[in-house]
Design a binder for this molecule. Structure first.
Ligand code: COS
Length: 393
């Protein structure tokens, strides 16, 4: 096994780390406090090739691997999780468009999305009554003709949409009628009549990113903006979530690493009973557990990214990476706060932000419980396809 990052990954890691250290990190606390969206930063990250990392170069992307994307997201998250989630969703949507949109539409849309000039992208799947069970969505599509152009009309509402109010482009999922399993994905451009965003959710963490409900009132989408095969959009959505889960796992590891670094430093500096608290075994065990879990999590992220790049089925590996990385990162942030004692509970130190920012990672892009369902279903399906139950002779 080769643990050496390939030249692309090494270059991405180096560039992003420098930007994260010099630009994002110093602004993170203020962004959290003022809830300022990273629009300026997106216009800088685009030209650095970080908004369409896995999109082919001829479509305006960087043509790099899912592992490079994971490196980038982890490095950004280590500095500022709000920027990381915005970048992660934009990359996920850019990849969906590159893979599944009609070629002319992809060629028209992707250069501006990847360069950052179109702003972020959004993925509109969840609804008030359709979170863990997205197939039950109630946003509908129906064939329609507007000004002689054939297409579809979308009606309904979405919830928890990251960057939904800021996105230049949104991939919106809808269902043919309110029964059955005929879903489709549509590319909707900002400013399309009938599309509007509601109030920002007031969140525990990741406050520099926006999360909004969307209303779709007779939104017309031309045929050319159907993404994937009409009626089979659910597979597009779930495959997109496979990639999204690897990205969230990478983000969680990044936040966890920041918390671990802060706690390690603090434990060396903080003196109690006449010696640094780092000399106590209780503190060392917490640091060791957090470090080990985060390392193991990163290996799962890399494995899932590698499987994705190879074109192999990635669903269970992505779910395992997401489950383990996000739970490990929550553990690491909790331990880091504990090590800081009372100071960790104040805004004087960044650990309280890591603690708040990391919490949603076990929820969005599929909760930990949903990841377990995905993993177990795969196990059971694979076992059923294999041989009979083994018995002792
Ligand atoms: N990639 C591509 N296709 C997939 C897939 C994947 N990862 N997972 C399932 N599919 C396909 C299945 O093969 C099935 O196709 P057929 O009907 O042709 O057999 C279809 O999609 C439906 O799959 P399934 O029956 O497993 O869907 P369910 O409605 O039972 O849902 C779970 C499965 C629970 C796994 C899914 O709904 C899920 O991931 N929920 C969480 C959603 C989520 O992450 N929400 C957060 C949104 S982002 S903030």
């Amino acid at each position: 096994m080769d643990f050496q990052p390939d030249p692309d990954e090494a270059m991405v890691a180096q560039t992003v780390r420098a930007y994260a250290r010099d630009v994002l990190g110093p602004r993170a606390a203020e962004r959290d406090r003022t809830e300022r969206f990273p629009d300026i930063e997106l216009r800088e990250l685009g030209p650095m090739g970080l908004l369409g990392v896995t999109v082919p170069e001829q479509l305006g992307g960087s043509g790099m691997s899912p592992a490079s994307l994971a490196e980038a997201i982890a490095a950004i998250a280590e500095a500022d999780a709000s920027v990381a989630v915005t970048v992660a969703v934009t990359n996920m949507v850019a990849e969906v468009i590159a893979k599944h949109a009609q070629p002319e539409t992809a060629a028209r849309v992707l250069p501006s999305l990847c360069s950052g000039s179109a702003g972020p992208a959004a993925f509109a799947l969840s609804e008030a009554g359709a979170g863990s069970d997205p197939a039950g969505m109630r946003t509908t599509f129906a064939p329609a003709v507007r000004n002689g152009v054939a297409g579809y009309e979308l009606n309904g509402s979405k919830l928890w949409i990251t960057s939904g109010d800021r996105a230049g482009y949104l991939v919106v999922m809808a269902r043919r009628g309110t029964e059955g399993r005929e879903h489709s994905a549509f590319l909707v451009e900002a400013g399309t009549p009938g599309l509007s965003a509601g109030k920002h959710e007031r969140k525990l963490g990741q406050r520099g990113s926006t999360t909004v409900p969307l209303l779709l009132d007779q939104v017309f989408v031309p045929e050319s903006q159907v993404v994937g095969v009409a009626g089979q959009g659910f597979k597009v959505a779930l495959a997109a979530l496979d990639g999204g889960r690897i990205n969230v796992a990478a983000m969680a590891v990044g936040i966890g690493r920041a918390a671990l670094a802060a706690a390690t430093q603090y434990s060396r500096d903080r003196v109690q009973f006449g010696q640094p608290i780092a000399t106590n075994q209780a503190i060392r065990f917490m640091l060791a557990d957090a470090a080990t879990r985060l390392e193991a999590a990163w290996l799962l992220v890399q494995r899932a990214a590698w499987l994705k790049a190879s074109g192999a089925p990635v669903t269970p590996a992505a779910a395992q990476a997401k489950l383990f990385a996000t739970e490990s990162a929550v553990f690491a942030c909790d331990a880091a706060l504990q090590i800081h004692g009372g100071y960790g509970y104040t805004r004087e130190f960044p650990v309280e932000r890591y603690y708040r920012d990391v919490r949603v990672t076990t929820i969005y892009e599929g909760t930990s419980q949903i990841q377990k369902i995905v993993i177990a279903r795969h196990l059971i399906k694979t076992a059923a396809a294999a041989h009979a139950v083994p018995r002792n002779p």
